[in-house]
Design a protein around this ligand. Structure first.
Ligand SMILES: Cc1cc2nc3c(=O)[nH]c(=O)nc-3n(C[C@H](O)[C@H](O)[C@H](O)COP(=O)(O)OP(=O)(O)OC[C@H]3O[C@@H](n4cnc5c(N)ncnc54)[C@H](O)[C@@H]3O)c2cc1C
Length: 249
């Protein structure tokens, strides 16, 4: 009896605790804001190779190179995420995407014209640039965050490994050649050219006897590449904490 009384007397105070727990935390508020979409004017839509677009909008928010935005055409659509591929100082914000023919959003984006409205979130994400030494590793449009980092002055002490099928898919190659010089390595699986190694970047990584262990490795692109590279780095004793990944799914 005494025990029952004791537990009853505890109940009101528990419910008092539960109410504050349900109140929005700073993290929950941040998450809700990330989902909020704001109208942005489209400024240009350029097909850079068949099926791949440089898509620019007016920039409304500051960001850290490497961050993403959520994008939709209508408030009824589930937003998709895109890495920002422009400089922090640019008045426009560039997104780089390839068309997924069966996708909801990407087949519609190239139909937009300057002056149209795209719904875009506040930039967010933890795949962010630092000035510390690092290797950047990307496939396909996974190069987007590194374009932003290079254009925003984060290219010192960086080495970039970019993998693609064909040489045409090395978007912004001139930028990386200028900023990184011989620290810009390209791997094409289908063709090669004097400046481009034939084969996959994962094969190249496996051939390296030793990797620097005290730097960060930024991996960005499709899940297969990111998971494979992560496994290779771990096999080669790179601490897990030094691997920063952004998977495009
Ligand atoms: C953090 C992050 C950053 C990204 N950054 C970029 C970037 O910079 N550039 C870029 O090009 N992409 C990026 N992506 C990928 C991007 O968000 C989209 O997923 C991609 O552009 C496809 O969008 P979509 O709406 O056209 O296709 P979706 O509608 O998402 O469809 C993709 C595929 O899934 C299939 N599918 C869709 N719904 C279903 C379903 N219910 N059941 C079965 N199959 C289904 C479709 O048939 C299609 O083949 C990023 C993703 C993430 C997570």
């Amino acid at each position: 009896m005494n025990g029952l009384r004791a537990s009853r007397s505890v109940l009101p105070s528990l419910s008092k605790i539960i109410i504050p727990l349900n109140m929005p935390t700073a993290a929950a508020t941040r998450k809700r804001k990330q989902k909020e979409l704001f109208p942005h004017k489209v400024t240009s839509v350029t097909e850079i190779i068949p099926g791949v677009y440089d898509f620019q909008i007016e920039r409304q928010f500051d960001f850290i190179p490497g961050q993403v935005v959520a994008v939709a055409i209508s408030h009824d659509d589930e937003p998709r995420l895109y890495s920002i591929a422009s400089a922090t100082t640019d008045s426009r914000m560039r997104l780089l995407f390839d068309i997924n023919p069966r996708g909801l959003l990407t087949p519609k984006l190239p139909l937009m014209t300057p002056g149209d409205t795209l719904l875009v979130s506040i930039p967010f994400g933890r795949f962010t640039a630092t000035h510390d030494a690092a290797w950047w590793i990307a496939t396909g449009t996974g190069i987007a965050p590194f374009i932003s980092m290079a254009l925003s002055g984060y290219h010192m002490d960086k080495q970039l490994l970019h993998g693609a099928r064909t040489p045409a898919e090395f978007y912004f190659a001139d930028l990386f050649k200028e900023k990184l010089e011989e620290r810009y390595l390209r791997f094409a699986t289908v063709e090669n050219s004097p400046e481009i190694q034939k084969g996959r970047l994962t094969t190249y990584l496996r051939t390296l006897e030793e990797l620097p262990l005290d730097i960060k490795y930024y991996l960005c692109g499709n899940a297969n590449m990111v998971v494979e590279v992560r496994d290779i780095l771990i096999e080669k004793k790179v601490p897990f904490a030094n691997i920063v990944s952004e998977i495009y799914f």
